[in-house]
Design a protein around this ligand. Sequence first.
Ligand code: SOE
Length: 384
Amino acid sequence: MIGYGFMGATHSVGWRQAPRVFDLPESIEMTVVVGRNADAVAAAAEKWGWLESATDWRDVIGRDDIDIVDIVTPGDSHAEIAIAALQAGKHVLCEKPLANSVAEAEAMREAAARAAERGVRSLVGFTYRRVPAVTHMRDLIAQGVIGRVQQVRAAYRQDWLVDPDVPLAWRLQKEHAGSGALGDIGAHIIDMTQFVTGQDVTAVSGTIETIVSERPLLGSGSGLSGTAAEGTGRVTVDDVAIFAGRLAGGALVSFEATRFATGRKNALTIEVSGDKGALAFDLEDLNSLQFYDRTAPEDRQGFAKILVTEPVHPYVAAWWPAGHMLGYEHGFTHQVVDFVTAIADGTEPHPSFAEGLSVQRVLDAVERSSDHDSAWVRVAADAP
Ligand code: SOE
């Protein structure tokens, strides 16, 4: 695993839990974790259960005793590491968003396609797809339970930047993160919309905005929990992104990604409205779905809560007896299960780097729309 911050911790939990809870076709050895600070990465290895630590990813990706490279670094190093690892014949799991630009994501997709010809697999970490309720929502929509999708509302709202004294971590710097709320959390709702509806976003119109443009420099720590040092620096990414999207089937989507929704901590919500019914998911109530059935007798219609905690639901049977809850970290375990199973079966795991590229193209189109007074921008697609 390359990187050991917040996502390094979540992925470590996934690698450790997966073989304990699920029957995997292969065993897993958490061989080596890599980071630039030798003491800090050694401590992370000890804490999260990696056998070794190292300080240069180039030294480890060619090793014969390594089959999988898991990339949990900021976006500015995804392309270089992923392409090198794929060329070295390693299966690659890469955190989202896939890259910091469309050009990088295209190069990664090409490297993944060439590697796939040799049986080498790749996966991008849109982990929320693997919350059982989200997978179930996708299945129900594919079965036609809500009919034709006519409208979607998707929002991911956090508030960790409302305080102007939150320091200038890498997530607020374009050269490291690529974009702000748009790429960090907007990417999740773009992927989730495309996943649950089975339709690509084909055009967008939007605005991105930076609300606090100068922040204290980062002293210690990183990511979401750093402390401030002397001096200030410029925020070079968006704090808020609000955009409309058009799906391939014609439906309109409203997207909202913000780190300034005061009081909203990790509020990812999506509601898909069809001509026969509607389904809604809320990450802050992640063991359930809301379902409205327009085909039910009129006097009994209304949103009903489906508890997605039963053995009939995706992933749930492997965990606890029926009715017992899962949380944020379980998606990372399910991600490992699906990836390792696909590697063993020789099938293509999803979301593929091609799907990661499609999200990257939507992000890029939103930025271009915002630069042109929110004009509608078509999302590039590969030639058929
Ligand atoms: C920070 O906004 C963040 O950690 C995202 O980077 C993750 O993808 C999301 O799961 C939670 O919020």
